[in-house]
Each structure stands twice: as structure tokens, then as C-alpha cells.
Write a protein that binds this ligand. Structure first.
Ligand SMILES: Cc1ncc(COP(=O)(O)O)c(C=O)c1O
Length: 461
């Protein structure tokens, strides 16, 4: 997922010289997606870059999708794709899951929102508190709200201002998260935000002045950050498994080390489970790894395709919303549609039986990819976590952002275009992104995907 490609508007000109063996694939892509390109041109008349989130700016152009159902999406040119991107890994339920749609349909008939509490709010709160081991919770609409309010609660509880995050890790729109260590020597194919210190124009330096940086999977860097900012850090926020630099798994002992440092330094540990939440299994990351956070932020998969998120955790911290004057407000918070969708998703869709199936499908997909990689002699490997996975174009392991930058990021677009040309949307939008298996993906989807990859793999050698 690219954070900002705003200096690189989609271009209708194929960037490859004709002699490049991939040029044929590019020509095929342009021919197949002429309708998307013309939709983009139309959209750009009134929408900056023709899209409503910079993540949707793609090189050479995004697909314009007309409809989505189950594991499939349909583009404006009439091509169907097996969708492993699933709306930036939101749809563990798959597209338009019948149970979710039915729950929403029933709810819409009796109102979509009132800005007064609905009885289902307490039901859903009880359900998520039990399932994700939270004392108290508040509902929001997006992951960005969830992470920002979690940080606000932590700041209020500790009386400190600073936030520690990991370089190049994404936590949504909160300006304090848009700081990184700029890479001066950007490798080919690297997303351009990696070359920027503040990832977007329009974020004053003052708004990132309370952000401290460390490196994921490098406990020493966390220790150093606490050492450099004694008594200042309110919270450390991280994705326990990073799902925004491909899939990065925590090294043995890393999460416990982080937990211990937060305890020693009096900082709140926040798990950002907006993207990875629900992907590892029924319970939250705290249970999965045996290392609980103090607060968690969730969104995406819990809503089954409808906007709802949450932040919650330790009672003494969350009580600040009642007792310490921590303001959390939102017109659409706990709107009836989101509540209905989340309730159906958590009770009827994300069930133990469905998890078994998703994990089995993911295993078959990953094993198939690995076999083809080995046969083609590619410098690539696959990493999985629960229902998700990612492909790295490197032989060596990828533990952190430095390893990630050393992968052959330039190969990613070829993988992407080659697979799209064969009716497979192999993952969400960029080399930093991942794939996800939904409850509606089938073994047939895997077979078709692997057939496509068998043809694409030689183009990546
Ligand atoms: C880890 C993480 N945190 C927060 C967010 C922000 O969520 P939203 O786009 O719903 O605001 C995202 C979105 O991709 C995410 O991946």
C-alpha cells in the first residue's frame, strides 16, 4: 500500500521500452483495461488524481470496479478477477456476505442512525470485550479514528505527549503517525513516501514533533528511544504482525520485550489491529501471542465491509473518557448499520469452522506459490500469517523495514500486472501490501490463481 503517490499521477503512457520482455504484458494490460483508463480520465476532471484515497492511485492506472460478490470483482471492461486484495484486507467475510447483507437490510428498514444509543451497542460491546479481552470499548467508524483515540486516551492517562512508533509502519490518517526515517538512496520500485521524512505535505512539523521512531523487530532501538526521551513517551503503538510492509512476523521474544519496556517506562502499549485484527484467529493478538496490550485499535474485518472500528482495553485507561475529561465524539459512531454488520460478522461469519477453512485455503495457496517459485528458480519467498500472506522478491528473510527495502521492489509491478492480465488480483495495491483469504474463497480460486502464477513466474526471473 503506497502512502502517497501524489507526485506521480497516473500516466496513459506505457513506461517500458518495446524491447523489454514485459512490454507485451503492459500492452495487454492497456488493451484489457481501456474502460478503466477512460473512467480515470473522466474522474480526474473533478477528483484530484481521479480517486478518493491516494492508495487508489496506481501505476499505470487503477482498475475501475463495477461490482463485487463472494471472492470476485468485476471491472468496467467486463473482466472478472479473483480478489485476494479484499478492499485493503478489510473483507475477511468476502464481498457482500449474505449474512452481513441480510443483517444490514433488516436494520436499514428500521433506521440507519439516530445519534442516541441503540440497545445493540451494549450487545456488541459485550461481544467484542469478551472476544478480544477488553474491559471497556468505544466504537468509531474507521481505523484512523481508532488509533488516534487510543493515543489520546494514553496521553491523558500518562500525562505525557510523545508517541513511539516504528519507522515506515502505517497507523492511519493521524498526523502524528506520518513521520519516518527518509531513505536517501531509494531502491527501484520503492514507494516514494519512503524517501520523505513527513509523508504528506500539509502536516506541520509541530504535529510530528511528539513522534519518536524505532525499528520493528529491533528491541535495542525501542530501548534507545525510551532512553532518549525519558518520561516523555505516553504510548508505543505497533502492529504486532506488520501487515503494511508485506507480512513481517515478530521475532521470538520481541513483543514480550516491548511489553516489558513499556511497563518499565510507564508507557501504554497499543496494538494496532486495524488490519491484522481477526486474521490470526477468533481472538485478538494479545491472546494469540500471550502478550496483552493495554489498548487496542480495530476496524476493517470486524465490519464485514461496513465502516466500523473500535478502541478499547484496560478499564483504568478507558475510564478516562468518563473521569479524566478525555473527549471521544463522533456523529456516525455506533451507527445502527455498522453495529448490525459487525454483529453479524462476528457471530455468523467469523466462526471457528470458517477459520479452519480460511487457514486451509491460505496454506494451499502459499504452498502452491512456493512450489512455483522453486520450479522457476525465482528469488522470491512467501510469508503467511493466519488468513493473510505476502510475496517478497528476495531469497533472504525479511524481518524489518531495512530488509524490506533490500527486496526487489521493482519486480512487484510485473507480478501485479501479469496476474491482473490473467484475471487475478493477487493482493492489495502495492509491494507493501498483502493478500487475504476470505471465508468465501474456494479451492477453485486457488487453482486458477496458481495457474496464472505459473505463466507469470518466468516473467519475473
Ligand atoms: C495498521 C493500520 N492502522 C490504521 C489504518 C487506518 O484505517 P482506516 O483506513 O480505516 O482509517 C490502516 C488502514 O489501512 C491500517 O492498515
Amino acid at each position: 500500500m503506497s502512502l502517497d503517490r501524489s507526485t506521480q499521477p497516473p500516466t496513459p503512457v506505457a513506461p517500458l521500452p518495446a524491447a523489454d520482455p514485459f512490454a507485451g504484458e503492459m500492452r495487454r494490460f492497456y488493451a484489457r483495461t481501456a474502460g478503466s483508463l477512460s473512467e480515470l480520465e473522466r474522474a480526474r476532471r473533478h477528483l484530484p488524481a481521479g480517486v478518493c484515497s491516494n492508495f487508489r492511485m496506481m501505476d499505470p492506472h487503477p482498475l475501475f470496479l463495477r461490482s463485487a460478490r463472494g471472492s470476485r470483482v468485476l471491472d468496467v471492461d467486463g473482466h472478472e478477477y479473483i480478489d485476494w486484495g479484499l478492499a485493503q484486507s478489510t473483507l475477511l467475510a468476502g464481498h457482500a456476505h449474505p449474512a452481513v447483507i441480510e443483517a444490514v437490510r433488516r436494520q436499514v428498514g428500521s433506521g440507519t442512525m439516530t445519534c442516541y444509543p441503540h440497545p445493540r451497542t451494549a450487545d456488541l460491546a459485550a461481544l467484542v470485550c469478551e472476544r478480544f479481552r477488553l474491559d471497556l470499548v468505544r466504537f468509531v467508524n474507521t481505523g484512523s479514528e481508532a488509533t488516534q483515540f487510543a493515543v489520546r486516551v494514553a496521553r491523558a492517562a500518562t500525562g505525557r505527549d510523545s508517541v513511539l512508533k516504528f519507522d515506515a509502519c502505517y497507523h492511519g490518517n493521524g498526523p502524528e503517525f506520518w513521520l519516518g526515517k527518509p531513505e536517501t538512496d531509494l531502491p527501484a520500485g520503492a514507494p516514494e513516501w519512503m524517501g520523505q521524512e513527513i509523508y504528506s505535505a500539509g502536516i506541520p512539523r509541530a504535529l510530528v514533533s511528539k513522534t519518536c521512531l524505532a525499528e520493528y523487530n529491533d528491541l535495542e532501538s525501542v530501548r534507545a528511544a525510551f532512553h532518549e526521551h525519558p518520561g516523555e513517551i505516553a504510548a508505543l503503538i505497533l502492529e504486532p504482525v506488520v501487515f503494511n510492509l508485506g507480512v513481517l512476523l515478530p521475532r521470538q521474544g520481541f513483543l514480550q520485550g516491548v511489553r516489558d519496556l513499556c511497563d518499565r517506562e510507564g508507557a501504554v502499549l497499543i496494538y494496532d489491529e486495524v488490519k491484522m485484527g481477526c486474521k490470526l484467529g477468533l481472538l485478538g493478538a494479545g491472546e494469540y501471542f500471550g502478550v496483552p496490550a493495554d489498548l487496542v485499535a480495530m476496524a476493517k474485518s470486524i465490519g464485514g465491509g461496513f465502516p466500523i472500528g473500535l478502541f478499547g482495553g484496560r478499564r483504568d485507561l478507558m475510564e478516562g473518557i468518563e473521569t479524566r475529561n478525555v473527549k471521544h465524539v463522533g456523529t456516525y459512531a455506533a451507527n445502527h448499520v455498522g453495529l448490525a454488520a459487525a454483529h453479524a460478522t462476528l457471530t455468523e461469519v467469523l466462526t471457528p469452522g470458517n477459520y479452519d477453512r480460511m487457514f486451509a485455503v491460505n496454506q494451499t495457496l502459499a504452498d502452491g506459490y512456493r512450489e512455483i517459485i522453486a520450479r522457476a528458480g525465482l528469488e522470491a519467498h512467501v510469508v503467511t500469517a493466519g488468513a493473510s500472506g505476502s510475496m517478497f522478491f528476495s531469497r533472504g528473510p525479511v524481518h524489518g523495514v531495512a530488509d524490506f527495502k533490500r527486496t526487489r521492489l521493482d519486480k512487484w509491478q510485473r507480478f501485479w500486472i501479469g496476474m491482473l492480465n490473467r484475471g487475478v488480483l493477487p493482493q492489495a495495491q502495492g509491494p507493501e501490501d498483502i493478500w487475504t483469504v476470505s471465508v468465501q474463497h474456494s479451492d477453485d480460486d486457488v487453482e486458477t490463481t496458481l495457474r496464472a502464477f505459473r505463466e507469470v513466474a518466468p516473467l519475473l526471473a
